[in-house]
Design a protein around this ligand. Structure first.
Ligand SMILES: [Zn+2]
Length: 298
């Protein structure tokens, strides 16, 4: 762009050329001036405490603060509700643990029950609602949950131990499908007519060849022929407890076998000193005969 200036005084024409760069530079200068004035005005407004501007700033700050506080209160309330729900669940958990302990007879360490966990209910909201109180409640909850975890762990190990003991105890009827009691435990007349004798086990009468089962889990410590007991198996169940299965027609276990409760160890027969097909079953603790009925499940 070119502009021609004519001066009366000099009566000569002067030619100016304006390029795009000049226009851009002019715009930048104008913008800088506007920004500078704005900043100066804002600074002066605060420095000179112009009433209108100051009021606007204070109002904006107040609104921001109120919004932040409202958001904080909402967050705190939501957290308190969550804490309340957790406490309600903990109360339930404590109740269930106590009930389970009473039902199973498995003793648990005394747990300090809070007022809230003594059979009452409902969501708990600490009062006054404050961040500090909430932190305290969360810490207390954490400790209570840890105690519950320990109590539940003890219940689990107690039950597991009980299950193992039950597995080991000779509690299963050793004749598959059941049998008729031929001769009880205790004194009786000797079946071979030799007078009063002590019967150290139970005689179960069933069909020849019926499967004979391990009454409890254990290790086979004897499997072979005995002059009086015929084909016989003895199982050690731990704690000096042994079960004896006699007069079998066949053996299905060997010395050293680990058998589970209910596993087939032989077949019913009449070998040894026997008058007919039956199983002679004994339970011995420290080699003393015990009435098997004390262990067999009804
Ligand atoms: Zn017998």
């Amino acid at each position: 762009m070119q502009i021609i200036l004519i001066s009366d005084h000099l009566a000569v024409a002067k030619k100016l050329s304006i390029e795009t760069a000049h226009i851009v530079a002019a715009i930048i200068v104008v913008l800088c001036i506007i920004c500078g004035f704005s900043a100066l005005f804002a600074r002066l407004s605060i420095a000179l405490r112009l009433p209108f501007v100051e009021h606007q700033i204070v109002e904006m700050k107040d609104e921001d603060m109120i919004a932040r506080e409202a958001q904080y209160e909402r967050n705190l309330q939501a957290l308190a509700t969550n804490v309340g729900q957790l406490q309600a669940k903990l109360t339930q958990l404590e109740g269930m643990t106590r009930h389970f302990s009473e039902q199973t007879g498995i003793k648990l360490p005394e747990v300090e029950h809070t007022e809230k966990s003594s059979g009452q209910g409902g969501a708990y909201v600490p009062a006054p609602l404050s961040e500090e109180n909430l932190h305290k409640e969360i810490d207390a909850l954490s400790i209570q949950f840890q105690k519950q975890t320990i109590a539940l762990g003890m219940l689990e190990s107690g039950l597991r131990e009980r299950m193992v003991r039950r597995e080991l105890l000779p509690s299963i009827m050793p004749v598959k499908g059941g049998a008729r009691l031929g001769s009880p435990f205790g004194p009786r007349n000797d079946p071979f007519g030799r007078g009063l004798a002590i019967h150290e086990g139970l005689d179960f009468v069933a069909l020849y060849g019926t499967e004979i089962l391990a009454a409890g889990a254990g290790v086979v410590v004897n499997a072979g022929y005995h002059p009086e007991f015929g084909n016989m198996v003895e199982i050690n169940h731990g704690g000096e407890m042994i079960t004896r299965y006699a007069h079998m027609s066949a053996l299905k276990a060997s010395v050293g076998d680990v058998v589970r409760h209910g596993q087939t160890i032989g077949l019913l027969g009449t070998t040894g000193r026997s008058t007919g097909p039956h199983l002679h079953f004994e339970v011995r603790v420290n080699n003393v005969p015990i009435n098997p009925n004390k262990f067999l499940a009804p």
